[in-house]
Design a protein around this ligand. Structure first.
Ligand code: NAP
Length: 256
């Protein structure tokens, strides 16, 4: 099992879904965990559960579309834990779902503000602070949608494609610095996001039965493995949980 004792992790989008499951798994691996998202109560509940189990945790309310809030988040995490070793840049939103030619321009722009500009805001504020640490790790949570268009998801696909390019840009600009950067594609996972997708009835993903979705614990454990140093041969690129052989390498059941 990956041992992250003495490490600190910031999980942005840690209030529910993949991020909340990852918070629990990082804490079990020994890391101090800061959980951030817009909903204060949900972040506190994730952080409190870690605290009750004997771990170190912090909950911070933050809307990643507002750069000042992101700066304050990074300052809080650094202040509380002395620095950030691992960043899981996980916040994301699927809405608006609908045809490009009928999209509300404001809704479309809001999606980009979260999935792309928001993710940039987190990198911009966090990475300079993380460079103080001996082996900083950034994991941008991507999606198959970064490279496969899906009907009704133009904003989400464009945002995630942009994020994949941010991953590569950051890896290029920090080459040789010691920073380890990944894009991570978690598969199709049983979270609120998939509830919204099923409700939309749009494109084949909405028709995947819930029983066929991955449990949140699979990407959560995979994230801990990525951060732990055994996957650095995969750094600088998009890493898909579904790629042949990677579940086994990460210690997951070979077949989901
Ligand atoms: P989820 O359950 O909907 O959780 C999304 C998280 O992002 C929540 O913690 C949410 O918290 C946070 N968030 C959204 N907007 C935010 C904002 N403006 N500022 C701060 N936090 C914000 O979704 P999930 O399925 O766990 O998704 C996690 C990541 O995996 C996303 O990046 C998603 O695109 C990616 N992904 C998911 C799947 C899947 O099948 N589930 C597949 C591929 C990729 P608040 O609402 O409290 O702010």
């Amino acid at each position: 099992m990956t041992d992250l004792t003495g490490k600190t992790v910031l999980i942005v989008g840690g209030s529910r879904g993949i991020g909340a499951a990852a918070a629990r798994r990082f804490a079990e691996a020994g890391a101090a965990v800061a959980v951030a998202a817009r909903s204060a109560e949900a972040c506190e509940s994730v952080a409190d559960a870690i605290g009750s189990a004997g771990g170190r945790s912090l909950a911070v309310t933050c809307d990643i579309t507002k750069y000042r809030e992101v700066e304050a988040l990074i300052a809080r995490a650094v202040d509380a834990f002395g620095g950030i070793d691992i960043l899981v840049n996980n916040a994301g939103a699927i809405e608006p779902i609908g045809l490009l030619t009928k999209a509300d321009p404001e809704d479309w722009a809001r999606s980009i503000a979260i999935n792309l500009t928001g993710a940039f805001n987190v990198l911009r504020a966090a990475v300079p602070a993380m460079m103080e640490r001996p082996r900083p790790v950034v994991i941008n949570v991507s999606s198959g949608a970064a490279s496969t268009p899906r009907e009704g998801w133009s904003a989400y696909c464009a945002g995630k494609a942009g994020l994949a390019m941010l991953t590569r840009s950051l890896a290029l600009e920090t080459e040789g610095s010691g920073l380890v950067v990944f894009g991570f594609r978690p598969g199709i996972v049983d979270t609120d996001m998939q509830v919204a997708i099923r409700a939309s009835g749009m494109n084949p993903v909405s028709r995947i039965p819930r029983r066929d979705l991955l449990p949140v614990d699979d990407p959560a454990r995979f994230l801990v493995w990525l951060a732990g140093g055994e996957a650095d041969d995969l750094a600088g690129q998009e890493v898909d949980i579904r790629a042949p052989g990677l579940r086994e390498r990460a210690g997951l059941d070979p077949r989901p």
